[in-house]
Design a protein around this ligand. Structure first.
Ligand SMILES: [Zn+2]
Length: 438
């Protein structure tokens, strides 16, 4: 039986399209289609102290679209708990899946209704399969747009050990591909495997054994006299290979996401037409101007930089400041998973610290997030309030214009017209428990 439509009444609502807080807006949603069916401004005093039966009263709270995290890894948990290498090598598939299930629930309860999940981290296509489990209502979680396996060239983004003699075997992570033909095949394989977007590495730390016993990521400098930069980022693809990725993905109407650590690599990718640049640990005016020209979004992942690039963090923050000043469009995503799921808003707090106004920050984790998912290529709209968009609505207990921690105080979460958190408490956590289903 189709569930009845109902209306959410708000007193203060953040409108990402206007980049402004507006008053007295009501939103009617359809939990069956998961869509917003109407958005209207109420006349003053049109509601009494209570709302009509079946409606939701969010007056007194700060309402906004569900957050979008543009750079996550559901398959990872915090590097503070265990380095990535050990997670991939030592944790069983059931453990990693169960952890991912927890991560998805935690993210949703923190207000994240969409995750752009940028590679399964040695879990093959299981990110796509978890996405499907969420979409089938088996587990609660954000709407996922997944990359499955990232592409990189031979010997670049691959788990390696210094001991191959006894057949040491690591689970395969990214796809190692070389040359235009292999790249075309690999993109086609990703499309068929259920990817929503194509992620590739344009550069990476390639020289694992340049100065033994230094290890690949996570880097453990064990050498007595290491050179200044023992394992720098170098290009892993040539320009024609990068162009082949973008062209092949375009045939399948898929956005391309590029991990870039070097200015050189980022410029190559932007020229080829990628949708987003991740990290850009090194960046300059030339790169940012090109990104503006080519309409390429920036996902600076400040939250992971704060942890792993602490020495250069001030410089990295200055780069984001420069990008904002030059008019680059941002999508907020901190590389969530490398630090705990549920704390994605750390990225938003850091964007504020880098000088971005609150309204712009909130736009980068709503409309910016949708754009990073490929805009209309992703097959749906979300991230602002309009008829026909996914009904993703969250409410904060305090006002972010006054309380710097307000984005951590998520009191209400709705995704696709279904409520998952109400008055600060989880609801609808199992498929049969949706309020509209009773
Ligand atoms: Zn990442």
């Amino acid at each position: 039986m189709a569930a009845a439509q109902y209306t959410v009444h708000t007193s203060t609502l953040f409108d990402p399209k206007k980049k402004a807080f507006v008053t007295n807006v009501s939103i009617t949603v359809d939990p069956t289609s998961g869509l917003i069916v109407d958005v209207y401004e109420r006349k003053p005093d049109s509601l009494g102290s209570t709302v009509p039966e079946g409606d939701v009263d969010l007056r007194g709270k700060i309402v906004m679209p569900g957050f979008v995290d543009a750079h996550t890894h559901i398959m990872l948990h915090s590097y503070d708990e265990r380095p990535a290498l050990n997670q991939k090598r030592d944790e069983s598939i059931p453990e990693r899946i169960i952890r991912a299930t927890h991560h998805c629930r935690t993210a949703l309860l923190a207000g994240y209704t969409t995750y752009r999940d940028l590679s399964s981290e040695s879990m093959g296509e299981m990110d796509a399969q978890i996405r499907d489990c969420i979409n089938r209502g088996l587990i609660p979680g954000p709407r996922l747009f997944v990359a499955t396996r990232a592409l990189a060239s031979t010997g670049s983004y691959e788990l390696r050990s210094e001991n191959h003699a006894n057949g040491v075997c690591y689970p395969r992570g990214g796809e190692a591909v070389d040359g235009v033909d292999e790249i075309r095949t690999a993109v086609r394989r990703r499309v068929a495997a259920g990817a929503d977007l194509i992620k590739f590495f344009v550069d990476y730390r390639r020289r694992i054994m340049r100065y033994p016993p230094a290890q690949q990521h996570p880097y453990i400098p064990g050498s007595l006299h290491p050179p200044k930069d023992p394992n720098p980022d170098y290009l892993v693809f040539a320009q024609e290979e990068v162009e082949a990725i973008v062209k092949e993905a375009a045939m399948a109407k898929m956005p391309v996401v590029c991990h870039a650590g070097t200015i050189e690599g980022a410029i190559m990718a932007v020229k080829a037409g990628v949708a987003t640049i991740e990290h850009a640990y090194f960046a300059n005016e030339e790169l940012f101007k090109l990104m503006v020209e080519k309409d390429c979004l920036f996902v600076p992942t400040l939250a992971i930089c704060e942890r792993v690039h602490a020495k250069r963090f001030h410089e990295i923050m200055e780069q984001s400041k420069l990008a904002y000043k030059l008019g680059v469009r941002f999508a907020a995503g901190g590389d969530t998973g490398t630090y705990p799921h549920g704390q994605s808003v750390r990225e938003l707090e850091l964007l504020r610290e880098a000088g971005m106004p609150l309204e712009e920050t909130l736009e980068s984790c709503t409309v910016g997030g949708w754009e990073a998912c490929g805009k209309d290529l992703c097959g749906m709209r979300f991230g602002w309030f309009e008829k026909g968009l996914r009904a993703d609505i969250i409410a904060l207990r305090t006002d972010p214009r006054e309380d710097p921690k307000a984005l951590r105080r998520v009191d209400f979460v709705m995704k696709d017209g279904n409520i998952f958190k109400r008055d600060g408490k989880a609801v609808g956590m199992i498929a049969d428990d949706h309020e509209w289903d009773r």
